[in-house]
Design a protein around this ligand. Structure first.
Ligand SMILES: Cc1cc2nc3c(=O)[nH]c(=O)nc-3n(C[C@H](O)[C@H](O)[C@H](O)COP(=O)(O)OP(=O)(O)OC[C@H]3O[C@@H](n4cnc5c(N)ncnc54)[C@H](O)[C@@H]3O)c2cc1C
Length: 613
């Protein structure tokens, strides 16, 4: 009978242990977990914080007792693995009473996960600063909320930071979120991240982008976050969510090969540099399928899959091997879904690539309730899918998953046109947005459509932004801007009942937008504009101005102005017809003769092509 020891009893570790039991009924399988819970739903913690998951017990998927009864696993909680002796094949563990013990193994699986990064800023150890990684973390934060905490600052606007901000807002707190990168959700491109920032504002979250926290001061027991730009944010609690780093000190001490950043190097069987030790999950490095970057992909799916692969390998090989991850991920931010797969513009670096965009309804536009989604697709000159991202209220996850599947299957962008996707009006469109991305990409690859992406900030001296909307388009709201008192879906529904939602002429967002945009008014910094007073307008100007990080969809028009106007009129007519549905704004940059760029603010969201079905 062989003994397999697993260090870490959550995503990757528990997947490995459970799979191994099925493959080897006679093995002794010992799972060592330093925390009091195993197999808990860490991805569910934000929803426990918000109260959407009401019962703490719902997060605890299995207990040591149930795992012993159903799978015959020996699960030791409150037990820390403190050392590995690869030569003797022994792990040293320290149990709840502090007693040390050495456990021999034939195979060892490391699934210790990651540490939350703690930036070296003064005051980071303030007792009201907490990460959100474990059930006790969530218990503590919920306790503070129940005791009357009213203000929260979330440091870091990645997945967990955004989920935490949403959860605390749902719970009724005033929330500020601080992101040192130029925009929230830095893993996606800036142009789509702008929608996320808008959504946060809409729901009353105070967003600070492009600025880091400098210190956390203590004012009579209350943490006060001081930002590098001098902003001071008093809080009753601070959530620290600025990234993770692999938890690999045991592996390092055991002499296993690590990357420079400290992630455990594994092969496609999840085996480390020691033939008797496997490693899975956030502590390990994978080679990204698109960029080739060797780094951890800290997501639950690769961790679970890695556990299964490691178990197959331990049980005798012949199983599936770990594919290179695409990093497919999805997150909800209030009413928005944001999803991505593959590489972002930033992670593609200097590599040449094309980008196409679609702004389309999530189902047939004539069927009630169509929600506009914004999709973009990066691909190379050979038509290889490099990455895709989407933002919208409905159907985004499905589209990104389709593209992720296509990318995994080696399909080219123009193959997306031929996908055999399901369609009925409540669910999609006969030309699904994914197929439309494929059609535009096909036009680019075949040379029928030439694109031009400006690189670097737009120069107001040489750039004119011309707003070409017609009066009907002018009155439409680009994106919703609700009152700060909104509290998530319930509040949104209430707002709808009050008639202040998008598209309502009496709505606040619409009138705010009317104030902020005028036909023919220049929008670039340095140019006077009545509407530049508001946040929304400043953001739009900034987005226009900062074109390096926020690429623009560009289409070269025939150099004659009449050709441009025709094109614009065509779009304008389409948009006018669709205005009652979900108008969205798109910024197009058109190369101009004479070195001047003409930036067009156009309503977008129209279906590409006709063919109502
Ligand atoms: C709040 C939150 C929300 C998330 N949401 C999502 C999501 O929506 N989608 C998604 O894909 N991913 C999400 N993730 C990420 C996902 O949970 C992780 O990628 C995944 O859990 C990693 O699995 P793992 O097995 O490597 O580590 P973990 O699941 O973190 O498990 C590691 C365990 O090892 C234990 N351990 C570490 N060292 C030792 C030691 N020396 N001795 C004993 N025990 C040890 C730790 O206590 C820990 O319980 C989320 C993570 C968090 C924290």
């Amino acid at each position: 009978m062989r003994t397999v020891v697993v260090i870490g009893g959550v995503a990757g570790g528990m997947s490995a242990a459970a799979r191994l039991r099925r493959l080897d009924p006679s093995a002794r399988i010992v799972v060592v977990e330093q925390g009091s819970e195993v197999s808990f739903a860490n991805c569910g913690l934000p929803y426990f914080l918000s109260g959407e998951i009401a019962n703490r017990s719902d997060l605890l998927l299995r207990t040591p007792e149930s795992l012993a009864a159903t799978l015959g696993l020996e699960v030791r909680v409150d037990t820390l693995a403190t050392a590995i002796d690869p030569a003797a094949r022994e792990v040293t563990v320290r149990g709840p009473e502090g007693r040390e013990e050495r456990i021999g193994y034939d195979a060892l699986v490391l699934a210790p996960g990651a540490y939350a990064v703690r930036p070296p800023i003064p005051g980071i150890d303030h007792p009201r600063v907490r990460t959100l990684r474990t059930v006790p973390d969530a218990d503590t934060i919920r306790g503070w909320v129940q005791q009357g905490a009213a203000r929260a600052v979330v440091l870091g606007a990645g997945f967990i930071g955004l989920e935490a901000a949403e959860a605390l807002r749902h719970a009724g707190l005033d929330v500020s979120i601080v992101e040192a990168a130029p925009h929230v959700l830095p893993v996606i491109d800036a142009e789509l991240a702008a929608y996320v920032a808008d959504e946060l504002h809409t729901h009353g979250v105070d967003v600070h982008e492009g600025v880091a926290a400098r210190a956390i001061l203590d004012v009579e027991g209350t943490p006060v976050v001081e930002l590098a730009d001098g902003t001071v944010l008093p809080a009753d609690l601070v959530i620290l969510s600025v990234g993770v780093r692999p938890r690999s000190e045991l592996a390092a001490a055991a002499g296993l090969a690590l990357t420079e950043q400290g992630a455990i190097i594994v092969d496609d069987d999840q085996r480390t540099s020691d033939p008797h030790i496997w490693a899975v999950g956030d502590a390990t490095a994978s080679t990204h399928a698109i960029t080739g970057a060797v780094a951890p992909v800290a997501l639950a799916t690769p961790a679970n899959r890695g556990g299964r692969v490691a178990a197959d390998s331990i049980a005798g090989g012949g199983g599936r091997r770990s594919p290179r991850p695409l990093g497919t991920a999805v997150v909800r931010v209030f009413d928005l879904t944001i999803a991505m797969t593959g590489a972002s513009r930033r992670s593609l670096g200097d590599r040449p690539f094309h980008t196409v965009r679609v702004h389309a309804g999530h189902h047939a536009g004539y069927y009630p309730g169509a929600e506009t989604m914004h999709l973009l697709l990066h691909f190379d000159g050979e038509g290889r899918i490099l990455g895709a991202q989407g933002v919208g209220r409905e159907g985004v996850d499905k589209r990104i998953d389709v593209i992720a599947t296509a990318a995994r299957g080696g399909l080219r962008v123009d193959d997306l046109v031929d996908l055999d996707l399901s369609y009925a009006p409540p669910f999609g469109a006969a030309k699904d947005p994914v197929m439309m991305l494929g059609m535009i990409a096909d036009n680019v690859l075949s040379g029928r459509l030439t694109q031009h992406d400006p690189v670097g900030p737009l120069d107001p001296e040489t750039t004119l932004v011309l707003d070409v909307r017609n009066p009907g388009e002018w009155g439409a709201e680009p994106r919703r801007m609700g009152p700060r008192t909104h509290r998530g879906r319930d509040a949104r529904a209430a707002a709808r009942r009050r008639g202040v939602d998008r598209g309502d002429p009496a709505g606040r967002g619409r009138s705010a937008h009317r104030r902020s945009l005028r036909v023919g008014v220049p929008l670039l910094p340095g140019q006077p504009h009545a509407g530049r007073r508001g946040y929304r307008q400043r953001q739009r100007v900034r987005r226009l101005h900062d074109a390096r990080d926020r690429p623009t969809s560009t289409r070269r028009l025939p150099p004659d102005l009449p050709g441009q106007r025709d094109d614009q009129r065509h779009h304008g007519q389409q948009h006018e017809r669709r205005q009652e549905r979900q108008p969205q704004w798109q910024h197009d940059c058109h190369a101009q003769p004479g070195g001047r760029e003409l930036h067009l603010l156009q309503l977008s969201g129209a279906q590409v092509g006709g063919g109502g079905t």
